[in-house]
Design a protein around this ligand. Structure first.
Ligand SMILES: *Cc1c(COP(=O)(O)O)cnc(C)c1O
Length: 231
């Protein structure tokens, strides 16, 4: 089932690339495995997935210990500063950096562990109150400040678009993130390597690809609906 789902997503990714004149290898599918058991991740791994996304530090660390070591782990959820130390040497990319204080903590822990951490700056392009992320207006200043920190490298931008029934409604937000990305590239800031746009989830990844996504984050479309137990 999971492998069928991935094939399905890949076919749609390829079609979206074809429609927008992009190369399929320029878009990376992240299997968002939060709340899902190891057996399901293993199934995706056996199919060939090597990029997995988690949104909780403890869960990411647990799964990191249990799964093969060639996996690239993506931290996609809100990150608290006191938990940074547990993941700096385990994650491939942190997508959710939205403040200078958080970036400073990542930098500090990265220096301690003698690693360089790749990050994306999360931008709340739709301005939704319920969401984390820096504002579109502050994004460039934040990038300039983070770029000065040691052992941290900015690879691009990330956004979580609103939940909508009609994916086309999110096109303007994806276009806006791309525009901020282009503006940042034109500023020629030292120490950054703007290449990645992490945008698009199960409901809207095809639209995101046609607007330039390089990472799409797909959970439900691969692993099925998530069950959250109420605590
Ligand atoms: C859960 C989550 C996803 C995946 O959402 P689906 O709609 O299940 O594909 C993507 N990005 C982030 C940041 C998430 O928290």
């Amino acid at each position: 089932m999971i492998q069928e789902n991935i094939k399905n997503v890949e076919a749609k990714m390829h079609a979206a690339c074809a429609r927008s004149g992009r190369k399929p290898e320029d878009v990376c599918l992240i299997a968002v495995s939060k709340t899902k058991p190891i057996e399901m991740l293993q199934e995706a791994y056996d199919y060939g997935c090597r990029d997995f996304g988690e949104n909780k530090v403890q869960e990411l660390v647990d799964k990191y210990e249990k799964m093969p070591k060639d996996i690239r782990w993506h931290m996609i959820g809100h990150l608290q500063r006191n938990k940074v130390k547990y993941i700096v040497d385990k994650v491939y990319l942190i997508h959710s950096v939205d403040s200078l204080r958080l970036a400073e903590e990542i930098s500090k822990e990265a220096v301690k562990k003698n690693v360089t951490v790749s990050i994306l700056v999360e931008v709340n392009v739709a301005g939704e109150e319920s969401k984390f992320g820096t504002t579109s207006e502050e994004a460039i200043t934040l990038v300039e400040e983070i770029a000065k920190l040691p052992n941290i490298i900015i690879k691009g931008l990330m956004t979580i678009a609103p939940y909508v029934d009609v994916p086309e409604e999110n096109r303007l937000y994806f276009a806006k993130l791309k525009q901020i990305y282009v503006d940042i590239i034109h500023k020629n800031i030292d120490n950054i390597s703007m290449r990645e746009l992490s945008m698009g989830m199960t409901g809207d990844y095809e639209v995101a690809i046609t607007e330039g996504a390089t990472y799409i984050r797909v959970g439900t479309g691969i692993f099925g609906e998530r069950q959250y137990t109420t605590v």
